[in-house]
Design a protein around this ligand. Structure first.
Ligand SMILES: [Zn+2]
Ligand SMILES: [Zn+2]
Length: 137
């Protein structure tokens, strides 16, 4: 005889049991089901239509709606995590191009300033100044 999934005892010939319709484990009809004696008789029929789900499976079934809700919440969270990623990358590209342009224009300004400084430092400038002095005099 099989062992009862609940009390782990051998199920005797005179004891009524049925298999859980979910996990298929044999379980003593009494006291592990809420079935009436009439309903228990029905489960003993060859073609039984009464379904029996053990407490373990039943508590699992009761958790399914909350599990489904959790999955849906996770899906929305994943969608939110997925959504900003492409917009972020597309946003960052024009920004970086703008930054590069700014850097290039700044560099050009620096180059121009350098040239100005260098022009003033050249000896021909002194000539110009001297020339100006000459003209001024
Ligand atoms: Zn038992
Ligand atoms: Zn079960």
């Amino acid at each position: 005889m099989p062992n009862c999934a609940k009390c782990k005892q051998d199920i005797e010939d005179n004891e009524i049991y049925f298999d859980c319709d979910s996990c298929k484990r044999p379980i003593h009809a009494q006291p592990y089901s809420d079935f009436t004696s009439c309903e228990i008789k029905c489960t003993q029929l060859k073609k039984r239509v009464l379904r029996f789900v053990c407490n373990d499976c039943n508590s699992g079934l009761l958790q399914i709606p909350s599990i489904i809700q959790t999955i849906q919440e996770l899906k929305t969270e994943i969608d939110l995590l997925k959504a900003p990623t492409p917009t972020k990358s597309s946003d960052s590209n024009p920004v970086s191009i703008l930054q590069v342009n700014e850097i290039i224009s700044e560099m050009n300004e620096c180059e121009l300033r350098k040239k100005n400084v260098m022009v003033f430092g050249l000896p021909e400038n002194q000539n110009n100044i001297q020339a100006e002095k000459k003209y001024g005099a």
